[in-house]
Write a protein that binds this ligand. Structure first.
Ligand code: ZN
Length: 240
């Protein structure tokens, strides 16, 4: 049975009531969840499952399960999983997830500032990176930092819409990230749009407006190959 992915419609949902549907060797599957499972360069969420009697089970990771849209909640070692049918409340470590949302959205802006093919990427709670194929040799950290911060400060709206797999196939230019294939095969694909700046298929979680990201700083530009450049970006406050 697929899991209802609450974070897809509402990335700001911090908790939701749910029922255990199955227990797998890796962890617990619920009928609905706010936990984003590892994928698309964004880490799986952490948090807890709260039982009716108030006891809590720590969720140390969330990963994709077997079925479509199935999410496995990985419990801390030694924890005993609640039986199928048990009602729980799924609660996120919200501060960590919000940092993922801010940094993930920031990487969309970075890809708008550097309009080159993206060959890889990774989001973390304190930093993020994108790998680009860039023909030119020079790329200034300070210049990229200021351009991204200008887009953040402009407080652009970040919106989502859905198109069919067939519509996406007719617009291959939408797919910028060659390393992360868009999640096709469900009949439709979700597009993330930063108005006028960026439009691409993405299954991750994003903030609603770019101003919510806060100031960032390009900390490193590494040469990974003849034309490959890794751009690492962190929050300017950089506190965890
Ligand atoms: Zn995204």
């Amino acid at each position: 049975m697929p899991t209802e992915l609450v974070f897809r419609a509402d990335p700001y949902a911090k908790s939701c009531p749910a029922t255990v549907t199955s227990v797998e060797p890796r962890g617990v599957v619920l009928d609905r969840t706010v936990f984003y499972p590892t994928g698309g360069g964004q880490p799986g969420d952490q948090g807890l499952l709260r039982l009716a009697d108030g006891t809590t089970l720590r969720v140390v990771d969330a990963v994709k399960g077997e079925g479509p849209d199935s999410v496995v909640h990985v419990l801390e070692p030694g924890a005993s999983a609640p039986a199928p049918g048990t009602p729980v409340t799924a609660e996120l470590d919200w501060e960590r997830r919000h940092r993922h949302m801010r940094m993930h959205t920031c990487l969309h802006l970075l890809s708008a500032v550097l309009p080159y093919p993206v060959t890889g990427g990774q989001v973390a709670a304190d930093k993020g990176r994108l790998d680009f194929d860039i023909p030119e040799a020079t790329l200034e950290k300070e210049a990229v930092t200021e351009k991204v911060n200008a887009l953040i400060a402009a407080d652009h709206a970040v919106t989502t819409r859905w198109i069919t797999d067939a519509e996406l196939a007719q617009q291959p230019e939408l797919v910028k990230t060659m390393a992360v294939k868009p999640p096709t095969g469900h009949g439709r694909v979700r597009l993330i749009e930063v108005a006028g700046l960026d439009l691409q298929p993405c299954g991750g979680t994003h903030v609603a407006r770019t101003g919510e990201i806060g100031r960032v700083e390009v900390t490193k530009i590494e040469k990974k190959g003849r034309i490959n450049r890794r751009v690492v970006i962190g929050f300017a406050d950089n506190k965890l």
